[in-house]
Ligand binder design. Structure first.
Ligand SMILES: Cc1cc2nc3c(=O)[nH]c(=O)nc-3n(C[C@H](O)[C@H](O)[C@H](O)COP(=O)(O)OP(=O)(O)OC[C@H]3O[C@@H](n4cnc5c(N)ncnc54)[C@H](O)[C@@H]3O)c2cc1C
Length: 390
């Protein structure tokens, strides 16, 4: 197989190529061998966290002063493609632990908050979650209903419910978004950084069986007079909506890069399979209609990666816009889902079984179209900008 056709290496300089190969080797040795089992058994692998920490992945994009490696945005994109190709659950864990929790903490936290939590998050000693979505507040984040009622001594008591919270069942620390005054609308929303070992919090697994990301922990969190100290505000009271949007916007690059990884894995599996499978006396890969699909998968893979790299370069230059992120997440996640769908089809009945990886890739790809802003929300962001321009 001519893997050079779909690997990113020829787009990278020697140092970047070496970096990509290091993360790829880590994924192949430590993540990919467990990807099928954790999906089938619906198990969160705690050892995975230690492996990610030991490989320097959890601290990758964080500043060195907090134990991070100071990855550039392009290195982040390269790493998340490799993680996405190896194991969607591991990539999703990093997106929350590092992308949403640690990076928001590094950006908005006080020195005391950073001192307490960044080291344990980077070393994998603590697990973090980002508790934003509620049953009645999904895409419309500003309508969240969880309250953090101010108390006379400056502390708060939180009441409400969050759901679909990745790592929620086992997180040691959480960024919780709640309103200090529902009458203030989005100006009441406040981010809090709280440890989870206290009264007033009930955690239950999400009901039902997830379509994909089955080796991840998704929980419902119910707060009843949950105490929050005055010093546990993350950033400023009333500015939590901005914290949430900042975290989600930044995370869209890693979700898009993860989609490139899924896309690449689907193409690689399908090239291998169609070359070996014989029907009508010849390999599937020799049929022009099959080649057409493979050619489309390869072309859209490079288009997605090109958008991801462009976004990363613009982030490094301080020039990244919401439009860059929206286009990149929209295109890369939709292209990955389409490629995974082709992969299932081209495997025939084998593609319908967990004995082959492509049905898992398809199932995992669907979540990327939903979280950190659905594809429709990305189109809404772009559409509003275009309408405002005209
Ligand atoms: C695997 C997984 C992990 C997740 N992890 C987390 C997590 O760690 N933390 C967290 O807080 N949340 C998490 N979520 C939740 C996720 O962020 C939300 O599901 C997502 O924001 C969409 O919200 P919703 O499900 O309520 O859908 P809704 O907002 O109800 O949307 C339903 C449909 O309507 C469409 N829609 C909504 N508004 C518009 C509009 N204005 N125009 C056009 N179409 C629209 C949407 O695109 C979607 O297709 C996770 C979800 C999944 C699947």
């Amino acid at each position: 197989m001519n893997v050079d056709l779909w690997l990113p290496d020829s787009d990278l300089d020697p140092a970047q190529r070496e970096f990509a190969r290091r993360i790829r080797a880590f994924g192949a040795q430590k993540l990919a061998p467990h990807a099928r089992a954790i999906d089938e058994q619906r198990t969160f692998r705690r050892e995975m966290v230690a492996d990610l920490a030991a490989a320097g992945v959890l601290g990758g994009p964080l500043p060195e002063q907090y134990g991070g490696s100071g990855w550039t945005p392009l290195q982040l994109a390269i790493a998340h493609e490799e993680l996405g190709a190896a194991c969607g659950n591991a990539r999703g864990f990093c997106a929350v632990q590092t992308g949403l929790v640690a990076q928001c903490l590094a950006k908005f936290g006080s020195d005391a908050q950073k001192q307490q939590w960044l080291g344990p998050l980077v070393r994998g000693e603590a697990i973090g979650c980002f508790a934003l979505t509620e049953p009645e507040a999904g895409s419309d984040v500003a309508s969240l209903r969880t309250t953090a009622k101010p108390q006379p001594d400056g502390s708060y008591l939180a009441d409400g419910q969050k759901w679909w919270i990745t790592n929620g069942g086992r997180a040691d620390v959480m960024i919780l978004f709640a309103t200090v005054d529902p009458a203030l609308g989005r100006n009441g929303i406040t981010a809090f950084l709280v440890d989870t070992e206290r009264r007033g919090l009930a955690r239950t697994p999400m009901p039902g069986i997830e379509l994909g990301h089955r080796g991840s922990d998704h929980a419902t969190l119910t707060f009843g007079s949950f105490p929050i100290a005055a010093g546990e505000v993350l950033g400023t009271v009333g500015k939590g909506f901005g914290v949430a949007m900042n975290g989600l916007a930044a995370g869209r690059l890693s979700v898009a890069a993860g989609a490139v990884g899924i896309h690449r894995a689907a193409l690689a599996a399908t090239v291998e399979f169609t070359a070996g499978r014989q029907q009508f006396g010849q390999s599937l890969a020799s049929f022009q209609m099959v080649q057409e699909r493979l050619a489309d998968m390869l072309t859209t893979l490079h288009a997605s990666r090109g958008l991801v790299y462009r976004c990363a370069q613009r982030r490094a230059a301080g020039a990244e816009t919401h439009a860059d992120l929206a286009m990149t997440k929209l295109y890369a996640t939709e292209a990955a889902a389409k490629a995974a769908e082709h992969a299932v089809m081209l495997h025939g009945a084998r593609g319908y079984s967990s004995a082959f990886p492509v049905e898992r890739l398809w199932r995992d790809s669907q979540a990327l179209r939903i979280y950190e802003g659905t594809s429709m929300i990305q189109r809404t962001i772009l559409g509003r900008m275009l309408a405002a321009e005209s």
